[in-house]
Design a protein around this ligand. Structure first.
Ligand SMILES: [Cu+2]
Length: 472
């Protein structure tokens, strides 16, 4: 249940939320939809990495974007949009080894593949001008020259993107590197990706999409399964959490508010681990944690739940069942990755995020997206400070900002230095109504047109996007 006091406390603990978002967009009081599924009846599906064709200079993946009928609610089938027929596929790439994806679009809508968090050339960034029409295909080049991180692949065609993501087309893209390999963090089967999202699924399995229905998606899915259980050993696990929801924010709590270790965010590992009891995961964000199940007796069942729910919703997300003991050579070192040096800023920009009730559009600096307008032209190699202000106090609408091409550092929130849980590299920053964030960013290497936008997909669909042209 939405409990304002606990949520305020949660926000204070995480240093992000200071106001409770009463609604994400202005609208009539929604009818409540109840999730009828019994929690913890289906096992978590852990996707093995997709197998590429290994060529001399790169790994080639052939991904067909197509509809598929899959079992989500037990005993029913749901028609979803997928890469190669499966929900939550996983690509594991290696720094220094490029990936080429040949996308064939077998959907009846356009699809523009975007590697969220990827430092990639403009032609491969999924700009809506480069969308792949139904029946067509396109090559995407991912150089993988950046640091190890957990990314994800989704559609960026303008107008179809929200629905394509909602209907299931979301792949996790894990980039590894030797620096991370050297750390004694949990590896192999103990390094698990968890895609979290919400959905509205009718009893017969029909997945229902409504652009404005963000408060009527009471079924939480993890890797495509409703509130699954996961059998774990009594040892440490690394979990890479990816929020692929259109609008749902998760404020996660484990067991009775048990401690876990926060080790990474969008751009990879934090400088140092942060002991935590609460974890915010806004749309498109990634958070990485290590949970040590050795402190629980074998036979324990530990529930992961979200503390931010709409009235009538069940808070359970998934359950960890400790079923066996295990050796554990892994540990979390006190230092994970040096703080990135993004240089001294010489350029400042402002981003005012607001909803316009007249036009029913979401605006950045008073303007909706226009594919024929270039909002600004960053010079490659120049360090910039961006101030992002959420002006939607009256409507209590949270927003986020996601610039493509490069990661940034959150420097300040509401005039105060950002906390240790935001000390790593980020690519999506959420800002609550009436609040502000300052980020430091430096674009490098690739010229051309890139997007920046709110990652609440409804807002993005209703105008909250701009484009910037990188120049030398
Ligand atoms: Cu927004």
């Amino acid at each position: 249940m939405l409990n304002r006091r606990s949520l305020l406390k949660a926000g204070a603990a995480a240093g992000v939320l200071a106001a409770v978002p009463a609604g994400l967009v202005l609208g009539a009081q929604p009818k409540r939809t109840v999730d009828a599924t019994t929690p913890f009846t289906v096992p978590l599906k852990v996707s093995p990495p997709l197998r590429p064709v290994r060529l001399a200079d790169y790994d080639l993946y052939r991904l067909t974007t197509r509809e598929a009928d899959v079992e989500i609610l037990p005993g029913t089938t749901s028609t979803v949009r997928t890469f190669n027929g499966a929900l939550s596929p996983l690509i594991v790439a290696r720094r220094g080894r490029p990936v080429v994806i040949e996308q064939a679009n077998a959907l009846n809508v356009p699809f523009s593949m975007h590697l969220h968090g990827g430092h990639v050339p403009a032609q491969s960034d999924g700009h809506p001008k480069n969308e792949v029409a139904p029946g067509k295909s396109r090559l995407f080049h991912y150089p993988n020259s950046q640091l190890a991180s957990t990314m994800w692949v989704h559609d960026h065609s303008h107008h179809a993107h929200a629905e394509n993501i909602y209907r299931g087309a979301a792949a996790t893209y894990v980039l590894t590197d030797p620096d991370e390999d050297r750390l004694p963090l949990p590896k192999g089967q103990y390094d698990v990706t968890l895609q979290l999202r919400d959905a509205k699924i009718e009893d017969n399995g029909t997945l229902v999409y409504d652009l404005h229905g963000f408060q009527e998606r009471p079924t939480f899915l993890v890797n495509g399964s409703p509130r699954p259980y996961f059998r774990v050993a009594a040892r440490k696990y690394r979990f890479r959490l990816v929020n692929t929801s259109n609008e749902r924010a998760f404020v996660l709590r484990l067991g009775e508010g048990d401690e876990f270790t926060h080790i990474g965010t969008d751009g990879g590992l934090l400088p140092a681990p942060v002991p935590s009891r609460i974890l915010q995961l806004w749309p498109a964000e990634r958070q990485e944690i290590v949970v040590d199940f050795s402190k629980y007796p074998v036979g324990s069942k530990i529930v992961l739940q979200t503390m931010m729910t709409y009235p009538g919703e069940a808070p359970e997300v998934m359950r960890f069942d400790v079923v066996r003991g295990a050796d554990d050579p892994s540990s979390v070192p006190g230092r994970l990755r040096p703080v990135a040096d993004l240089g001294t800023p010489t350029v400042e920009r402002q981003f005012a995020m607001s909803f316009d009730p007249q036009s029913q559009q979401h605006l950045i600096n008073g303007k909706p997206f226009d594919i024929n307008r270039v909002d600004f032209r960053p010079k490659l190699g120049t360090t910039e400070i961006w101030t992002i202000e959420n002006k939607d106090v009256a409507f209590t609408i949270p927003h986020s900002l996601h610039p493509h091409l490069d990661h940034f550092q959150v420097v300040e929130r509401n005039g105060k230095p950002a906390g240790p849980s935001e000390a790593g590299l980020k690519d999506t920053v959420s800002v609550m109504p009436g609040e502000s964030a300052r980020i430091k960013i430096r674009f490098t290497e690739y010229t051309g047109m890139y997007m920046f936008h709110c990652h609440l997909m409804g807002h993005l669909t209703m105008g909250m996007m701009g484009q910037m042209e990188m120049v030398r």
